[in-house]
Design a binder for this molecule. Structure first.
Ligand code: SAH
Length: 241
């Protein structure tokens, strides 16, 4: 559970930050990241947190989602509804299972009260998780959504306490969000030089590459290999010149 962080993006109501902290502490989670909260710290957050003020005191406040997830190996974004480009989608139980099984540095990202996460923010996530609410009234209160995810993480944690400990399956550590970002920036620059990318419509292609590489859940060696491959293309360009 100490590898899991809860990230709240651009929260408007400090009461929801307090409610999230309380839900976390009830379920044994401690690491709260706040991306550009509208009001924080605040008395309202403290009072809604009840006894969970330690979580608020230790909360990490940052300006961007990138900073909040830079060292994460698994990023899960929550969404109250279906979005434009299909993305790997899991339910809260599957998400909790994945986190415990793979023992990765993980983030659960929650959006704004009025409009959730932007498409760009959702695209930074390996998986999307939707709490299966009714379609005609699908959006939960932010604190309630954190509670559901935290509860599933707790249930899985308790189930595993009776089970034998499984060693991590993979031989190389999973890549972090920051490492993947650098690889994608490198890829974009090489593909622009080779003219694979059409400068008039480059964005969607890079989004699809991001989705592809995130789906593969690359390890750090694989990111290194891809970077090496891109560097060799860069060098080829120099040789031709
Ligand atoms: N009107 C917004 C809803 C935001 S609710 C929208 O359509 O996206 C605030 C946040 O609570 C969401 O960004 C998400 O993090 C979480 N949330 C609310 N309902 C959810 C659901 N059914 N499944 C997953 N997350 C949910």
């Amino acid at each position: 559970m100490n590898k899991v962080r809860i990230v709240l993006v651009n929260t408007s109501h400090p009461g929801n930050i307090g409610a999230a902290a309380r839900a976390m502490k009830n379920m044994g989670l401690a690491r709260l990241y706040l991306v550009a909260p509208k009001v924080f710290p605040s008395d309202e957050a403290d009072s809604r947190a009840s006894g969970a003020t330690d979580i608020l005191e230790n909360a990490v406040v940052v300006d961007t989602l990138e900073e909040a997830i830079a060292d994460c190996q698994l990023v899960v974004g929550t969404s109250a509804r279906e979005r434009h480009i299909p993305w790997p989608l899991v339910d809260p139980r599957q998400a909790a299972e994945m986190v415990h099984e793979e023992q990765l540095e993980s983030a659960f990202v929650f959006g704004r009260e009025d409009r959730g996460l932007t498409n760009e923010e959702l695209q930074r996530c390996h998986y999307h998780v939707h709490i299966p609410s009714v379609e005609s009234f699908s959006s939960l209160n932010l604190g309630a959504a954190v509670q559901v995810l935290a509860y599933e993480l707790r249930m899985r944690h308790l189930a595993l306490q009776d089970a034998p400990i499984v060693a991590s399956k993979w031989d190389v550590p999973a890549a972090t969000a920051d490492q993947l970002d650098h690889m994608l920036t490198h890829l974009e620059s090489v593909l622009s030089k080779t003219e694979f990318l059409d400068p008039k419509a480059p964005r969607q292609v890079m989004t699809r590459f991001r989705r592809l590489f995130q789906r593969a859940q690359l390890d750090q060696q694989e990111v290194g290999m891809l970077r090496g491959m891109l560097t060799s293309v860069d060098k080829l360009d120099d040789k031709i010149k």
